[in-house]
Each structure stands twice: as structure tokens, then as C-alpha cells.
Design a protein. Structure first.
Length: 465
């Protein structure tokens, strides 16, 4: 354990804490889908990729009494680093810094090659977090792997599950970062409609029930259910349950990309994740969940984690072992030292501070929108995340909503403000009047000035169509 000088409440280790969020009885039996169920969900690349002959044996080095001649590890005696300590804000009292120092053993682990799926201590802590937050226990057919941010893990999941030309279900608008993944595989991106309450289950059902009989159905649905990038929408409980039901009926896996889960600041209690809700299904194993520490600890530390069916995680790890070998051991041990010093209660306190911070940012930006764009744009107030998604009133005909592209890329930029036109978030590209604006880093004065400049840009576009 890290040498931590801290007077906050005692550290709470993995697999402890309050009753799980799913409210299950202790005698509740979870039925997991069998390993061979996932064979049809794996891409040809994943099926043909062999395990690394070296990395697959690394965990055996921890066997007591073993003398390892296995890996070509550099000798730690040649490393120049001798100690590492840092300070972090207390999650209980953010005005106070708390020192954290890595032990010699932890530092040694951080400076050397480690296991492909992540260092065991961090994986154990994060596994306990998934039980604490989502009610998912070990032994239910799932496990967890650490990646270099959730984007790294999503890319590996896509590579492991999708063949070139495959159809894939994507919520639309969708996170722009995944579109190139699907385009590079020449996927048929099937857009599922969304609104302020999440994926429209009616749109998803219509797509699947009208699917051509002689054409394989999509095996994957990609969605960002909390504070969606770009729309800011959060999927309601009813919508989530409907999507899970459709996943069972039409046999697809839900890629639950949830980097904004801990950035929820709505008035109602937080909705359960898909990962948690599938406990109510006849069997678990249709959700592959992605979490990120970028928005709550550090974007630059590049730590994310995927939780889901073991066969899918195994395929992703085989990709890792042949690409980047592993996520940085040093960032993993730093992250573990911090999380271990906090415990789960401290982690929750910290994420509560973070969500409160972004709620204030949301409110500041929305005040500017109401003051300057209430007659020129329409929007729904986000309950999570970092973004406003608003539709410009460009004064075109009632049958054509207009195009935000030139307004944002030309008119707005010339006035000194940058945002993103909505077209970049549409999987198959088309004109749209929508704009995505991030409120995460701008101060109150800059938010006010930015929206004023947007107003001028819109008015100019309306005057010179």
C-alpha cells in the first residue's frame, strides 16, 4: 500500500462498502452467457490473432519460488528514478493538499513492463468500483482491462468485433471520434435516431424489424448514454430498458461508452448504467462498458478501463499485446496510489465535486445563451457532460433548416470564436443547423463574449444567405 500521509476517513478496499446499486439479494444468482456465445461476435482479425507467447505467460512470474528467464526486461538497476511523490487535493476538503508517496515496490512496478490487462492492484480497485457503483460482482462472466484511455479500448473493441463492410448501429448524432474507426472499416453505419431523452427505441426497433432477411443484422450498437458528446443528452431509464430488451431480441452487443457518467448533475437520481441494468435481464453479457478517468482525474494520464464479457476482453488484450504491449505501468501505479489513498468514499466525494463544478459551468454558459441566442437558437439543457447542442435559426424556409457549417467555420471564426458544426457528428454526413459548443474550460466573461460573437455571426448569415 502507498505511504499516505492523510487524516481523511480510513481507506476502504475493493469489494467493500454499501449494498450494491442493483439492490440484489445475497442469494441472487446471475446467469452469464457462455464463452462460445461470443464466437460469432468476433472479427476475423480477432479470431486469427494468436496470444503473445511471452505476454500470456507474464502472470506466471508471480508464482512463489519461480525463477523467470522469460521476458527481455531491462534490469531495474539501470533505471535512474529512485523515488516518486506528489500531492493531490483531498476529496473531503478540496482546499487541502494531501501528500502521496509511492513505496519502493510500487515505483519498481511502475518502471517495469507489466501485465497486458493492467497492473493487478489497479484492476482489483477498479473491479471493486464496478461492484460498488454498478452492483457487478466477480464471477458473473465479466472482467476488466485497463487501457490508454477509453478511446484506446473502444478502438480495440471495434477491431475485435467488426469486419470490413459490416453494418453497425450508431446513435446519431454520434461522438465524432468513433466515425473514422467505422469509416476505415468501410462499415455501413446505421443511424439510430436520438432526442433529449436518449436513443429512440422506436427508431432502433423499426430498423431491426425491417432488416432484410438475407442480410446479416448488426452485431453491435454504439452509444454514449450520459451527457452524450455532442448532444449532451442523457438516456432515460425507460429508454435504456427498451434498448436492452432489443439487444436480447435481436442479438447485438451494446458498446456503452460512458466517459461522462461521473459528470452527471441532473436533479433526478442518476439512472443505472446498461452494465448494471442487465442484471435484470434473463442473462448478463450483452454490454461492453467503457469508463474513463480523463474527465475526473487527468486527461493526460491516459487511463481508461473496459468491463464486460471475458471473451471480448481477451480478444482486446490480444490486440494490445501486439500493438502497444500495455498501458504505461508508471501512470497506472500513480493512479492506483491516488485512488487507494482515497478509497471509494473519497472517490465518490471527488466526483461529486467534479459534477458540481460542471453544473456551475453549464449554468454560466446557459445564462449567456438565454441572454444572446434565445431568439436565434433552440436547445435542451444538458444534465451531464461538457456540451451544449443547439440548433441555429438561420431564417431559411420551413422545409429546410439550414446549414451551420459556413456560419461556424467562416462567420464565427472571423469574429474570434471556434465551435463545431453539427455535420461532423453525423455518421454519414449531411447538412444540419446544429452546433456543438463546449463549456468546460471557458470562464464567465469569455462565455458571455463567445456567445455574443456567435450571435453576430448568425445575424450576418441571416442577412447574407
Amino acid at each position: 500500500m502507498s505511504n499516505v500521509n492523510v487524516t481523511d476517513p480510513p481507506v476502504k478496499g475493493p469489494h467493500t462498502g454499501p449494498a450494491d446499486s442493483a439492490g440484489r439479494r445475497d442469494n441472487f444468482q446471475v446467469k452469464a452467457l457462455p464463452a462460445d456465445f461470443y464466437i460469432p461476435f468476433l472479427s476475423l482479425v480477432a479470431k486469427n490473432r494468436s496470444p503473445s507467447p511471452i505476454r500470456s505467460l507474464l502472470p506466471l512470474e508471480a508464482t512463489p519460488g519461480i525463477i523467470s528467464l522469460l521476458a527481455g526486461k531491462p534490469n531495474a538497476a539501470t533505471f535512474p528514478f529512485t523515488s516518486l511523490s506528489f500531492t493531490a487535493r483531498s476529496p473531503i476538503d478540496p482546499s487541502r493538499d494531501v501528500p502521496v508517496e509511492l513505496s519502493q515496490a510500487e515505483l519498481a512496478k511502475g518502471l517495469q513492463y507489466g501485465e497486458t490487462a493492467g497492473i493487478p492492484q489497479l484492476r482489483d480497485w477498479l473491479t471493486g468500483l464496478q461492484e460498488n457503483i454498478h452492483g457487478r460482482r466477480q464471477g458473473e462472466g465479466w472482467r476488466l482491462s485497463v487501457g490508454s484511455g477509453s478511446q484506446d479500448l473502444i478502438y480495440k473493441a471495434v477491431t475485435a468485433m467488426i469486419n470490413p463492410g459490416d453494418p453497425i448501429l450508431v446513435e446519431s448524432p454520434v461522438y465524432a471520434g468513433v466515425i473514422p474507426m467505422f469509416q476505415s472499416l468501410h462499415c455501413d453505419q446505421i443511424e439510430v435516431e436520438t432526442d433529449a431523452h436518449g436513443i429512440l427505441a422506436s427508431s432502433l426497433r423499426s430498423i431491426l424489424e425491417s432488416w432484410p432477411v438475407n442480410k446479416p443484422k448488426p452485431r453491435v450498437l454504439y452509444t454514449v448514454p450520459y451527457g452524450c458528446n455532442p448532444t449532451g443528452m442523457t438516456a432515460t431509464l425507460e429508454r435504456r430498458k427498451e434498448v436492452l430488451q432489443l439487444a436480447r431480441e435481436h442479438n447485438f452487443i451494446i458498446l456503452e461508452d460512458d466517459p461522462y457518467y461521473y459528470l452527471y448533475f441532473g436533479e433526478a437520481p442518476r439512472y443505472p448504467s446498461y452494465f448494471s441494468l442487465e442484471l435484470e435481464e434473463p442473462e448478463v453479457g450483452r454490454v461492453l462498458r467503457f469508463d474513463s478517468l480523463s474527465k475526473i482525474l487527468s486527461a493526460g494520464i491516459r487511463i481508461g478501463f473496459a468491463s464486460g464479457p471475458e471473451p471480448l476482453l481477451d480478444a482486446m488484450d490480444r490486440h494490445t499485446s501486439t500493438s502497444n504491449l500495455q498501458t504505461s505501468s508508471l501512470t497506472q501505479v500513480i493512479t492506483f496510489a491516488l485512488l487507494d489513498s482515497w478509497g471509494y468514499d473519497g472517490f465518490k466525494a471527488h466526483t461529486d465535486h467534479v459534477s458540481s463544478f460542471y453544473r456551475k459551468k453549464r449554468d454560466i454558459f446557459e445564462r449567456a445563451l438565454k441572454a444572446h441566442l434565445s431568439d436565434l437558437a433552440d436547445w435542451d439543457s444538458p444534465e451531464a457532460g461538457l456540451f451544449f447542442w443547439f440548433k441555429l435559426r438561420l431564417g431559411v424556409s420551413e422545409h429546410e433548416e439550414g446549414d451551420s457549417e459556413s456560419v461556424i467555420r467562416t462567420n464565427a471564426f472571423e469574429r474570434g470564436v471556434i465551435a463545431l458544426p453539427g455535420t461532423v457528428f453525423l455518421p454519414n454526413g449531411r447538412k444540419t443547423a446544429y452546433v456543438r459548443a463546449s463549456f468546460s474550460v471557458v470562464g464567465e466573461e469569455d462565455a458571455e463574449e463567445a456567445v455574443k460573437r456567435l450571435r453576430d455571426a448568425i445575424l450576418d448569415a441571416r442577412a447574407n444567405p
